[in-house]
Every structure is written in structure tokens, then in C-alpha cells.
Design a binder for this molecule. Sequence first.
Ligand code: KDG
Ligand code: MG
Length: 410
Amino acid sequence: MKIVATDVVLTSPGRNFVTLKITTADGLTGLGDATLNGRELAVASYLTEHVVPLLIGRDARNIEDTWQFLYRSAYWRRGPVTMSAIAAVDMALWDIKAKAADMPLYQLLGGASRTGLTAYGHASGRDTEELFDSIRHHLELGFRAIRVQTAVPGIGTLYGVPTQPAVPGGRADDYEPAQRGPLPAEEDWDTRAYLRHLPTIFEAVRAEFGPELPLLHDGHHRMTPIEAAKLGKSLEPYDLFWLEDCTPAENQEALRLVRRHTTTPLAIGEVFNTVWDYQSLISEQLIDYVRSSVTHAGGITALRKLLDFAAQYQIKSGIHGPTDISPVGMAAALHLDLAIHNFGIQEYMPHSALTSEVFRQSFTFEDGYLHPGEQPGLGVDLDEDAAAKFPYERAYLPYNRLNDGTVHDW
Ligand code: KDG
Ligand code: MG
């Protein structure tokens, strides 16, 4: 089953996506997501210039060998660009293997360990009324777990709380943070104001929606260890499902301090790209959920190994699933989620109608549960004619500055 052709497809149906398509001599095709939000062209070029020449003529069946070859032969290891490129190849090869076996991918990964995947949705608001409205909207959509992000008095614009919808006339909580334009947007940040305000919001949400609803929150890497410890402690009365990315967790030791002070469950790792970023976090049981995506952590082959390692420590999956993971990357996550034993929860931000015109998906969201569907392979088809109508447009994620002008984590 030789690889005879590869295409790197850049398309921007509402937002940018990079997709790798691999074709075999038998006429099978596989898709892989290589989207790295705000740095898309770097991965596209890594694939086109350095990976594609290595793939032509290889046996598409040898997934592990191809993964090891791409990882080790580059010599320069890890990093989001390399690992997203390897991930795209890996996903496409699993897609091909499952199509050749005429099975949905989860069957090849060991079969279903559950009937559906609990998903959490993103609620947010500029004030309590708007936040409650957004939570109600997500409950009406069927979500059984809700991420809560809120505006903070004294902070103008901040992560997770859109000032305007991405689609004119759309909902304010349906937004795209990576803005098209020549330069990144500047947002502001004040940790003390945030730490004071957030517990009051969770108190109000619990009073309105009761004790049952699983609630999540994303700290988006903006706190020091002691600030994160303080936040985890102050949120304990509101029984969070998790507190995400409470510190910039490339310093794994920081989590020892946070853990010592709070029983709020911790989720980390959407910006990580290998198992090595989790070594202490997992072996010392400093976290509860692994947040890596299939797209940024080296594909299904690598994330499966990482999650198996986590399982030995009762740490579960919480795979990253914002709209900058393409429907291909999302489908890969769902097949893996369904097969592994230590599934925790799946993030789900539905893609726009425009995105779904380009990527035809067979996964479903019913009654709060996602399912990858029964189509052979990953279950996503790329309409290349539709994709060609939406050329790439440069877009940057925002960044933060403190009141005195210092650049801060976003
Ligand atoms: O590209 C950046 C987004 O993927 C990130 O900001 C989303 O933090 C995020 C989340 O938890 O979905
Ligand atoms: Mg996050």
C-alpha cells in the first residue's frame, strides 16, 4: 500500500485550517489536521518542504515506523511545528488503515469503551445576566458540562469573553479569538482583580444552576504558582470539575506548590506536544486531566501512549477541542476518546456552518454526548472545491499587557 501522492491544503472557511491528504496506490485517501493557530504556514511549509518528499513510496500501513522515522530522523526534536506535522501524517495513516479495514477508526483502536462522550461547552458573558443566558443556551443544546468564563471589572478585554460575535448577528459566545489582520490584538490583564472576582461568579452560577452541573474554568496560563494555589482554594466551595492551565505549565515543578494547597482538580497541557512535558506532572500525580490535542501532540499514536501512561496514575483525558482544531483533528480525538478506558471529558466548540461546508463530518452530538460515527476511517471528507473558495488569510491570536505596559501571558 504505497503512498503515491500528498497534498497540503490551506483553507479559511471562517478561520484557517491546514490539512494533509495522503493517497495510496490503491486509491485510498487519508486526512490529517496540521492546524497551528496563528502559525499555520510554518507547519504547511514543514510538511511540504521536509515531510512530503519522505512519504512518497513509503508503505502507508507502517504507522509506528513512519512516526518514529519522522520524529528521530529530523534530529531536532519536539516543538509545536514538528509535532503538528507528524500528527497530520499519523492521523492520515490511521484514516487510511481504518478505511482499508472498512471500520470506523475506534474499532481498530480496541473498540468502544462507552456509548457516548460527555462534552463540555463554552459559556461566557460580559455580565452575570449574559453569562446565565449563555449557560442556559448551552443546556438547551444538550451540554451536560459547562466551561464558565466571565468578564472582570477593571479588565477591558480578556480571553474567553468575546466583545463581538465572529459572525455578524451571531451569539457573543460563538467567536474566534485569532483575528485576521496585520498585527495581533492587544488585551489587558490584572491578576488581583481576577482573583477577587472569579469566586463571586462561581457562587452566583451555583446559586442559579444548583450543585449538580459540572463546571469548568480556564485560567489560560496567567497565574504564578502561589496565585493559582490561592484561586484553586477559593474555588473549592463551588466544586469545579476542573481548573485548566492555572500556570504556564512548562515549569512542571510549579504544580507541586499548587497541588499542596488545593483539592480543586487540575487540567493542563493544550500547548504541550510530547509526553516529556508531562513527565513529572503525571508520575507525581500533580494533575487530574491531560489537555493535549491529537493535532499538537504528535497524533493518535503518540497521544494514545501518553494517555496510557496517565492511566497508570488514574489521570484522565480532557482532549483539547476548540474551533482551531479542524473537524479532522476533532474526529481523531473522538475515536481515541471512545476507545481508551481513562476518558474524562471532551471539549466541544461546534464549528461554523462555513467550516462544515468544507469538512463533511459524520460525528454526532446528541443529548450532550459526542460520538465519532460508524463511517470507515476518521469519518471526515474534505470538499477540495469548497476549500479552494476560501484562501488562507493571516490571523494572529491576541496577547496581554499589564497596566504598566508589561507583556503578560494570554
Ligand atoms: O489557539 C488557541 C486556542 O486553542 C485556545 O485559546 C483555546 O484555551 C483554549 C481552550 O481551552 O479551548
Ligand atoms: Mg484552554
